[in-house]
Design a protein around this ligand. Sequence first.
Ligand code: GLA
Length: 518
Amino acid sequence: MSLRKNNSPRVLLIPFVLITLTSVAVYISFAQQTQTDDRLTGNWAARNVGSTDGVTRSTYFNLKYEAGKITGTIRATQFFYTIKESTGGPDGFTIIAAMPDGRSERRVQYEGKLVGDELRIGRRNRPDQPITEMVANRAPAGEGAMPARIEPPARHKVPYNGLAKTPPMGWNSWNKFAGRVDDAAVRGIADAMASNGMREAGYVYVNIDDTWEAGRNAQGEIQTNKKFPDMKALADYVHKKGLKLGIYSSPGPNTCAGYEGTYGHEEQDAMTFAKWGIDYLKYDWCGARILYTDEEMPAIYQKMGDALLKTGRPIVYSLCQYGRLDVWKWGPEVGGNLWRTTGDIRDTWDSMTGIGFRQNELAQYARPGHWNDPDMLEIGNGGMSDTEYKTHMSLWAMLAAPLLAGNDLRQMSHETLAILTNREVIAIDQDKLGKQGTRFSKNGDQEIWTRQLSGGAIAVAFFNRAKDEAKMSVKWADIGAPAKRKARDLWLHRDVEAKDPEYSVTVPGHGVVMLRLK
Ligand code: GLA
């Protein structure tokens, strides 16, 4: 009876209820997941409004969450990444995204989670680097999408603009000011250059680097941001000082720092620059890499070379693409007056010498109108000693490199000014024969470089890359010194004995002795 009782319909209900409950639970969790998809899927923007320039630069996350995976794209400053891997979901995820960059690939890692209707995200460029935090909100679909690709033009030779017969000299804002450059600073620099002897020593270009840009107006014209209220007025000011004004942009939709580039507006921007009174353009590859391969660089640079010529205004054309694709071989053909040969310089002995002493093989490509550019000077920025800065100045002069001071000219030491305005060293840099110097010998840390000058003169530099002083010698005959010669020490500013058969000198650690032979 009891058994019967146990087998009553009420008891039989138990498994039925259990099955039903399980199905409901599965259903709810499935429903939750579907709901979760909606929470993460869509376009998100983390907007960053610059406190001094007022420019909004956004990072876009265009995401899709499906079957436990996050896919989509991320656009940040100059970069456009595709998500390659993901773990987790809306309540905590990690994504790894990548983009091709020349011959290599850039990777970035984001970690984030949804909190309410905000996406809290942190970026890590490398596992050992700290996280950069940001908050993204829903953005209209399509905003921040990859711009349509404009096919590069067919190649042709851009005629030489007749400028930069000697390496350009002046100043550039990036090394010292980076994003802090503004109208007042540029005016102050121009004032300094016009009154401290630099202008007379040959420094003419006052070059504004990245971060001057805002967006475009309804006609598509590029606008300056709050830091530069009136570029034309600034150019007028600089011109009145007997100086010239330079500017910066990128062939990409964005510059390196994520501001507006010239993409699709090349001719229009060149015209705007000309209208403002710009005399020099540094054109930085950066944002173009999301649309073009390295092999397409020449065509893209040619486009701006043509556009600058078309303005009818003499504008020095400076290529900045870090020496990729052997730019020295095609720089002149696209109208370039100079081209960066390396990545960015830093204010350290290792960075400066690493770049400078690597330029030997490129000597054959430099000539009047077309120069190798080992990057801007760091002299006076504080990371090196004055002895090391003299080496920097001497090496750049031997290399016939552009001399673009990168320090705050409004407040510098007498020693810094003396190094920058050493006219005898500048004369080597600016020698009108335009032949870049080369390494004559290397003996451990001691290197002797020579440079052929106009009128049969020769410059010889004894570089001591070691920490301790070293005695260095060279036989006059070996470097082809004239038989009847006069030798002048360009840092001591006096003539020195130049008797046969050789010259011997003690060079301080990290220092240089530089001579001119005639
Ligand atoms: C690149 C260039 C630098 C400077 C910055 C500005 O890194 O190589 O010289 O112009 O961009 O964003």
